[in-house]
Design a protein around this ligand. Structure first.
Ligand code: NAD
Length: 459
């Protein structure tokens, strides 16, 4: 700090206004701390990528696409009528209203909790000092803090061959802001975003190609859960090319190399090849914090990086998921406030909003010699049949002799909603008997979880 610069004293500073950051701010305020939250976009940044340009907007698009597709599929059940072409402009207005309502809600909660919000990029200048730079003519604001939480999230990884221009080469944020449906879309990356957006855009009417470098779509997930998704993509007419890389890009085509070599139509190209933690411009070295080669920060079980500074969410190891960041926020703030705490969830569930949805919690493969696992198809569920799409299954694994449930995989309708029962079962060390002897309402999809637990009894 230059002599003469007056620094403002801050009690607890939160850097980043996403799901991790705003939760940390609210939690700290609830613990009696005086909280300042700084976000590059200020109040407009509240909610972060997830709420403003990621999870929520994409789920809005997926919902609309799913309804449209299911309406057509249920002609067999008597649901007939012309579905007008999709109006992406109307969608944008609807989606923006949802996002505005949510960000307004977050702003209201922070205000009620007395959290001060600063606008600008934050950079550390020392172990307990930093500066907020809003750019332009706004003078930098110097801060001295007692404790800080780094919750700066992540940014889409770029592909040097396909430099984003926001018009022809897009990232997922650009796609979710489109006001007209492209006639053809080539999605590079067959992970979460590629599969979710590719499926939705196809259902709305675009011709879609998904290009995945690895041999399998959704690499890392068990083939058993990926296969129904792959089959559905094929039925929808999505051109999935695995083991394939991008060789070049033309005006309206993407040129591919590898197993799926050739040229595919691409009015727009969407690059979704993963995300990189936002740790480059934080001046972390000045705070005595080392950054790993992958851009991640090493934290202890209490999420502390160096004394008085914690890190949560996408800047730390583990899945880059909002619900992980939120859970870590509570631990980090408690630790910084002198409590003995650790982030030790029994399981962090993950969901892919594919068609059918995939939801996974716990572990299937641990100690396979002793662990039993049983699978029950949704085709055996009356409620699933009445949805018109009884695709998929529930698989449950448990330790033998009445031991606890260790893992649950759900593929099928509303898997994203159903998985929480399994998460609770694992967190509470419930046995399959605990699950099946709990009365489930009939007729529901959730009964499949009780049924698979019962099946484990006789396996
Ligand atoms: P991802 O890691 O899920 O998938 C990226 C995919 O791109 C991988 O399959 C990878 O093999 C492939 N790839 C990498 N380089 C490539 C190349 N040059 N050519 C072709 N393929 C290539 O990443 P994502 O889909 O960008 O999503 C980012 C993160 O955002 C996810 O990891 C997840 O943590 C989060 N996310 C979560 C949800 C959800 O919870 N439902 C949804 C969207 C995103």
């Amino acid at each position: 700090m230059v002599v003469g610069e007056i620094a403002e004293s801050i009690d607890l500073l939160v850097i980043g206004g996403g799901p991790g950051g705003y939760t940390a701010a609210l939690e700290a305020a609830a613990l009696g701390r005086t909280v300042t939250l700084v976000d590059r976009d200020g109040p407009a940044g509240l909610g972060g990528v997830c709420l403003r340009v990621g999870c929520i907007p994409s789920k809005a698009l997926i919902e609309v696409a799913e309804l449209r597709s299911r309406y057509a599929a249920l002609a067999v059940a008597g649901l007939r009528g012309v579905v007008e072409p999709f109006d992406m402009g109307a969608f944008q207005a609807w989606k923006d209203a949802i996002v505005a309502r949510l960000t307004g809600g977050v702003a209201g909660l922070l205000k009620a909790a007395g959290v001060t919000i600063l606008t600008g990029g934050f950079r550390f200048l020392g172990a307990r000092r930093g500066v907020v730079d809003a750019g332009g003519t706004t003078p930098p604001q110097f801060l001295e803090f007692t404790d800080a939480v780094i919750a700066t999230g992540s940014t889409p990884r770029a592909l040097p061959r396909l430099v984003r221009d926001g018009v022809h080469i897009l990232d997922s944020t650009d796609v979710l802001g489109l006001t007209a449906l492209p006639s053809s879309v080539a999605v590079v990356g067959g992970g979460y975003i590629g599969v979710e957006l590719g499926t939705a855009l196809r259902k709305l009417g675009s011709a879609v190609t998904i290009v995945e470098a690895q041999e399998s779509l959704l690499p890392g997930l068990p083939s058993e859960v990926v296969t129904p998704v792959r089959k559905r993509l094929s039925a929808l007419g999505v051109d999935v090319r695995t083991g394939t890389s991008v060789a070049g890009v033309e005006q309206d085509e993407l040129v591919l190399a590898g197993a799926g070599a050739g040229a595919v139509p691409a009015e727009v190209v969407v690059v979704a090849i993963g995300r990189r933690p936002n740790t480059d411009d934080l001046g972390l070295a000045d705070a005595g914090i080392q950054v790993g080669a992958d851009g991640l920060l090493a934290v202890g079980p209490d999420r502390i990086v160096v004394p008085h500074i914690a890190a949560i969410g996408d800047v730390t190891a583990g899945p880059a998921l909002a619900h992980k960041a939120t859970a870590e926020a509570r631990v980090a703030v408690a630790a910084l406030s002198g409590r003995r705490v650790a982030f030790e969830p029994a399981t962090i569930p993950m969901v892919v909003y594919s068609d059918p949805e995939i939801a996974i919690t716990g572990a299937m493969g641990i100690d396979q010699s002793r662990q039993a696992s049983v699978r029950r198809p949704f085709a055996a569920s009356g409620r699933a049949l009445t949805t018109g799409d009884p695709t998929g299954f529930v698989r449950m694994a448990a330790m033998p002799d009445g031991g606890p449930v260790t893992g649950v995989h759900i593929v099928g309708p509303h898997a994203s909603e159903l998985i929480s029962e399994a998460v609770l079962a694992i967190e509470m060390a419930a046995s399959p008997e605990d699950v099946w002897s709990t009365i489930h309402p009939h007729p529901t999809l959730a009964e499949a979880i009780a049924d698979v637990a019962l099946d484990l009894r006789s396996s």
